[in-house]
Design a protein around this ligand. Structure first.
Ligand SMILES: [Zn+2]
Length: 418
């Protein structure tokens, strides 16, 4: 028995279900089988209001009649690729368990373990509702596609289309992303900007007849690395703002021709004092300044966009960006979460994500209180060593039951597990 709940009863089922999810290599765009597996698990548990939306997200609702709050429990179904298989000590999609109860594989920490725990919390809540427990607010479970590769592609569809169409709203969103058992309250914004410089082609044996677009990029690179980067501000909670260049392409980029186009990708992490518009306008000012110094300098800046397609065939142009979000530490939902976790003996320190998560949509764009929580280790996400533990899976179920119990003022000692 972990803490106050008798969650050990569900241990074998929870572990097997987690293994089942990990064994399906659901890289972004290939979540179909995981979605179907989750859908079946929920429906078999009697969660009849469960469906898969147009983009392929799985949603399941336990309805309540009361004053609320309405709660969303969220996770993503996709994983990043395994990378070089020979670097793994365990099968990346094997979900093997060692003698210490550690489960290895891609997605164990980020975040099929967390998803499995949420699903089991939903099943247990449903069981208790069927036995007469009264919930004052709706619980909406959602497992979304495309968190890893596309910026909020699945989550945006859920929040802007699927839930509004059903008239569903929520007062708080919990993300079972790996947070090392911390209550994570935000992350820096991230955006990929594309800067292009233009020149004039010429035979490369006579470069003086052309304008080399790569040469025109040099002052831009110089400004980024020597002027902008060292002077970016830092934030007490979210950390250091940053800028770096992740790619550089010349076109035509073939033999014997001076390139007339050069394109760089700029990764910019930003703080709540900035917006996408302010970042773009800073770059525009810089390019204008460079043009004034050299009237053959011709350049453009924009946010990277591309078309993404979900496994259901739905296509959309997405921007490569995650807005910044930051919850107040003394927000009532944060305080209630801390209270709930300490009631079951779990530490409840405040933390922040280093990378981007779908809270960028709920908190960053929609201003809905959002909290990240799972015992899995964030630093293992996307690595060859990715793992979680049976203990973490059980603790996460317990933590989520405690959080919901506390928010809904339920007598958690009355929870039934069988
Ligand atoms: Zn994740």
């Amino acid at each position: 028995m972990v803490g106050k709940f008798n969650v050990d009863i569900i241990k074998d089922d929870l572990v097997q279900f987690t293994q089942k999810l990990v064994r399906i290599p659901s890289v972004s765009g290939q979540e179909k089988e995981v979605a179907q597996t989750i859908f079946n698990e929920l429906v078999e548990a009697g969660l009849t209001e469960t469906w898969i939306d147009e983009i392929g997200n799985v949603i399941s609702v336990i309805r309540a009649e009361g004053k609320g709050p309405d709660v969303m429990l969220n996770g993503h179904m996709d994983v990043v690729p395994a990378g070089r298989i020979e670097e793994w000590r365990h099968e990346p999609f094997g979900a093997t368990i060692d003698e210490n109860g550690i489960i290895y594989g891609r997605g164990t920490a980020d975040m099929k373990g967390g998803l499995a725990s949420l699903i089991f919390a939903m099943k247990l809540l449903k069981k208790n509702v069927d036995r007469g427990m009264k919930l004052p607010g709706n619980i909406i479970f959602s497992a979304v596609v495309f968190e890893e590769a596309a910026e909020m592609f699945g989550m945006e569809h859920l929040c802007q289309k699927t839930l509004p169409e059903k008239g569903l709203t929520y007062d708080v969103c919990f993300l079972a992303e790996p947070t090392n058992g911390h209550i994570n309250l935000g992350h820096r914004g991230k955006v990929e900007m594309v800067i292009q410089t233009f020149g004039k082609t010429a035979h490369s044996s006579r470069p003086w007849q052309g304008i080399n677009a790569l040469e025109k990029m040099l002052p831009v690179l110089n400004q980024i690395f020597t002027e902008i980067s060292p002077n970016l501000p830092s934030h007490p909670e979210l950390g250091q703002c940053s800028i770096t260049v992740t790619n550089c392409i010349c076109r035509p980029g073939t033999m014997s021709i001076v390139p007339d186009e050069c394109e760089i990708s700029v990764d910019r992490r930003y703080l709540p004092s900035e917006t996408l518009e302010s970042i773009q306008s800073d770059f525009e000012t810089l390019l204008e300044k460079l043009h004034q110094q050299d009237n053959s300098f011709d350049a453009k800046v924009r946010v990277r966009t591309y078309v993404e397609k979900s496994y259901t065939g739905l296509k959309k142009e997405v921007q490569k960006y995650h807005p910044v979000w930051l919850m107040e530490k003394d927000h009532p939902m944060v305080v209630a979460t801390q209270e709930a976790l300490s009631k079951v003996g779990l530490p409840a320190e405040i933390g922040y994500f280093t990378g981007g998560v779908d809270g960028a949509m709920t908190a960053g764009l929609l201003n809905i209180p959002t909290i990240g929580y799972s015992g899995a280790d964030e630093s293992l996400a996307h690595t060859y060593k990715e793992h979680t533990s049976i203990k973490t899976l059980l603790q996460d179920v317990e933590a989520y039951l405690a959080i919901i119990g506390n928010l809904f003022e339920l007598d958690i000692s009355q929870f039934v597990f069988e």
